[in-house]
Unconditional design. Structure first.
Length: 375
């Protein structure tokens, strides 16, 4: 019996493997990963510092233990170089593996922008536990940290660093934090709260150059203004890992294109997690992974199941000011309505009098359940 092969051992890969085991105890399941395969929660990385969580504490299950407990095989430190769709074969640097069904759970990679200067290669990003280990090592003895990007990850890291006593400067082309998720008043409310932690903003600007100095780095912005920092963290965003799929002739766009069953354009190949695109939307959050894994496990074990996505609010980890967002669909034509609720903002997006999204900050987060029922 040929196995179900899953490429990737992030939240998507491991959750799917465990869901398959709930439905089918006997079909072989193999997970292939280029790293060591240890399981950890990536969302926890952006607030681990203030919680005093070490690298060891962040590792939830070593690969060997989770594989043994669940009854599947993890091929770690194994890099996939090609997928031969004609022979249903995954080609790696350690051998060839034939599959009955294949799932791409290849995740996403940090976006890097071109920057001038002799220290451009010193900019770091955090997209894995290994990255985070480097970040914590580089952080030792430092006090002034610059963050590129005022999106979700940038704001979470800024809150975590500032709450831990670091001086934080944030650079972003947008004119407000969480510019893609929050309307005007809600964004201003979050910015005010984060500013109370002594965070300094350089909004409406991009980084032009970064050069080494005796004490760290000199950052030059697009208006030629400069400031000093001792460490630069890039949190501009993520880009789906689609190269492997594209090389195999699988249709890709911003992500690997899948249908309502998470089936790609090639028979017997599916995709799940940060690498996927469904109905024009990429799915970078936890809840779509959990829902997708349950449905896909059913499909892979003989009971074809469509993935149904309800309203899926996301809690932003900024303890200084609670934020919950349920973004409107991509390319929506809705209008935002905002009102003050205690210490926060209640923002609702309507299209033809129908609620299609919301954003809540501060005291307004208590409105979450009521709004979820209305979408």
């Amino acid at each position: 019996m040929q196995p179900i092969i899953i490429i990737g051992t992030g939240l998507a890969g491991y959750t799917l493997a465990k869901e398959i085991r709930k439905e089918d105890k006997t079909t072989p399941v193999q997970l292939i990963t280029a790293d060591n395969g240890d399981f950890y929660s990536k969302p926890m990385l952006s607030n681990a510092l203030s919680k005093n969580q070490s690298i060891e504490k962040l590792t939830m299950f070593p690969a060997a233990i989770i594989a043994g407990q669940q009854g599947f095989q993890v091929l770690n430190n194994t890099r996939v170089t090609e997928i031969d769709t004609a022979s249903n074969t995954v080609i790696t640097d350690k051998g060839h593996y034939v599959y009955s069904k294949l799932v791409l759970a290849t995740g996403a990679q940090a976006i890097r922008i071109p920057v001038a200067g002799d220290a451009a290669d010193d900019i770091i990003s955090v997209n894995s536990l290994d990255d985070y280990a480097v970040f914590r090592q580089r952080l030792e003895g430092k006090k002034r940290i610059a963050i590129l990007g005022a999106g979700l990850i940038g704001c979470e890291f800024a809150n975590d660093l500032a709450a831990s006593g670091y001086q934080v400067n944030i650079i972003d082309l947008a004119d407000s934090p969480l510019g893609r998720l929050l309307p005007t008043a809600a964004a201003a409310n979050l910015k005010q709260a984060l500013s109370s932690l002594n965070i300094e903003w350089f909004l409406g600007h991009s980084l032009k150059a970064i050069d080494k100095t005796a004490n760290g780095y000199r950052l030059t912005l697009d208006d030629d203004s400069t400031f000093e920092s001792e460490l630069v963290l890039s949190a501009i965003g993520l880009r789906a890992n689609t190269e492997l799929a594209a090389a195999a002739g699988i249709k890709v766009n911003r992500g690997i294109i899948v249908d309502e069953y998470l089936q790609t354009s090639v028979d017997n190949i599916y995709a799940l997690g940060d690498c996927t695109e469904i109905n024009g939307n990429v799915m970078p959050y936890v809840m779509p992974i959990m829902l997708g894994a349950r449905a896909l496990a059913n499909t892979l074990t003989g009971c074809k199941s469509e993935v149904i996505y309800p309203a899926m609010p996301v809690a932003v980890k900024t303890p200084v000011q609670a934020v919950i967002v349920c973004p409107p669909p991509i390319n929506h034509q809705g209008q935002w309505q905002e009102e003050v609720i205690g210490s926060g903002i209640k923002a609702c997006c309507y299209e033809n009098d129908r609620l299609i999204g919301f954003a809540l900050t501060g005291d307004a987060v208590s409105e979450k359940q009521q709004l979820v029922k209305l979408i």
